[in-house]
Write a protein that binds this ligand. Structure first.
Ligand code: HSE
Length: 430
């Protein structure tokens, strides 16, 4: 029997990940051919700037400056979208699907905001969108949720799913770097998004959380219903207080099924016990705890960003497309679908205040919390530094987020409170 022609790939974008895909596909091409029973070949690569000097030499005619060259080429079976951003990527992917091409994308923002329509279009056109690289870099979490855990009701997914922010928190906590220094390092290492504000403001993790929640619960979670907070306001002092209290601060994505029919999806810096395995996930590493009603608790760990790990996931999608062995599109099943309003979500909290060192301050703070019905678990006060008041940390009992937020807003208005309070959840991981 004649061997099938090599699968023809059009690569859109030659940034950090695109370069990794090109290199690693070349490196393991023979291995992939043997495993898949089909060869894969990059036919054309679209770059933003054709004149830019490059580390590798491409075959004559392979580089192009036009995305249309991929869409219009009927020989191309699969387009790999690695251009990032929303508008241009949406137009490109929509047109590629319209032409019946298979799409592989690492673009979590695109899927979080437009996944519902794109998957519906792909279904209509009888083609596929693969997106393993969109969540948690090199960790195969998409296929895990879709395939390996398909026999489970997913009860919760709790994860560290932004490598850049985890890198920053780790470097601040362990090496004493400032926030800005740590962010600059993450940028240089190629972990950060083109717009790194998405890494630190929780937006990137929220995009990924929408994808995981939607896959788990069968209807596309609206991005605007995800509660998102980032790490920008945290100081080294918060990481130290947390450590002294026996906790570690992580930017957590939390996806939970509540009372059997509501979905909670949120991204927030949170305190987790330092003895918990997630607390030892450092640097660019991501980790995701998935709890299913059949399997119980599972944990997935690996590099969440960077050229090689992310390209490993892209290549796995290409291999799936080559063998067409799995259904990796989004299959709506509508079993659940009501997002839990964030205000109703319950947890314990860490509240740091910078207050005037004068009598009656604690009574005022405790009074507001007491009237709101929020109990105090414990409290620490340090001596006042020069001109900045005294830091106090109040650990709060289980309470609804809305109630705590209103009480904290009232506390922030007290004349004795100097800076905007820092409020973090203490995440229950059991
Ligand atoms: N900027 C992202 C991160 C890249 O730091 O996790 C992977 O999505």
């Amino acid at each position: 029997m004649a061997e099938e022609r090599p699968l023809q790939i059009g690569l859109a974008g030659l940034g950090n990940v695109g370069l990794g895909v090109y290199r690693n596909l070349a490196r393991n091409r023979e291995l992939l051919r043997e495993r898949n029973g089909r060869d894969m070949e990059i036919r054309r690569v679209v770059v933003r700037d054709l004149a830019k000097p490059r580390e590798i030499t491409f075959p004559e005619g392979m580089l192009s400056g036009r995305l249309d060259d991929l869409i219009e080429d009927d020989e191309i079976d699969i387009v790999v979208e690695l251009i990032g951003g929303i508008d241009e990527a949406l137009d490109f992917v929509t047109r590629a699907i319209g032409k019946g091409k298979t799409v592989v994308t690492a673009n979590k923002a695109l899927l979080a905001l437009h996944g519902k329509d794109l998957f519906a279009l792909a279904e209509e056109r009888g083609t596929m969108i693969y997106f393993e690289a969109a969540v948690a870099g090199g960790i195969p979490i998409i296929k895990t949720v879709q395939e390996s855990l398909v026999g489970n009701n997913i009860q919760s997914i709790i994860g560290i799913i932004n490598g850049t922010s985890n890198y920053i928190l780790t470097r601040m906590a362990k090496e004493g770097l400032s926030y800005e220094e740590a962010l600059e390092e993450a940028r240089k290492l190629g972990y950060a998004e083109a717009d790194p504000s998405l890494d630190v403001n929780g937006g990137d993790a929220a995009h990924k959380a929408v994808i995981l929640a939607s896959l788990s619960y069968g209807s596309w979670v609206p991005f605007d219903q995800v509660h998102v907070e980032g790490i920008e306001r945290l100081g080294k002092v918060d990481l130290q207080f947390a450590r002294d209290l026996g906790y570690t601060v992580k930017l957590l994505a939390v996806i939970k099924l509540i009372d059997g029919d509501r979905i909670e999806v949120r991204v927030q810096p949170s305190l987790i016990p330092s003895t918990h395995i997630l607390a030892s996930v450092n640097g660019v590493f991501n980790a995701i705890l998935v709890r299913g009603d059949v399997v119980g608790e599972t944990l997935f760990y690996g590099r969440g960003a960077g050229q090689d790990p992310t390209s490993s996931s892209v290549i796995s999608d290409l291999a799936d497309a080559a063998t067409a062995s799995c259904r990796c599109g989004f299959v709506p099943h509508g079993l659940y679908g009501k997002p839990l309003p964030q205000e109703e979500s319950v947890s314990q909290y860490y509240l740091r205040l910078q207050v005037a060192d004068q009598p009656g301050v604690l009574a005022q703070v405790a009074g507001i919390l007491g009237r709101a019905g929020v109990g105090i678990l414990s409290m620490i006060q340090r001596e006042a530094g020069e001109g900045e008041g005294a830091p106090i940390v109040v650990m709060l009992h289980d309470a609804k987020y809305g109630v705590v937020r209103r009480a904290v807003a009232e506390i922030a208005e007290l004349p004795c409170v100097h800076h905007e309070p820092v409020l973090m959840r203490v995440e229950r991981l059991d």
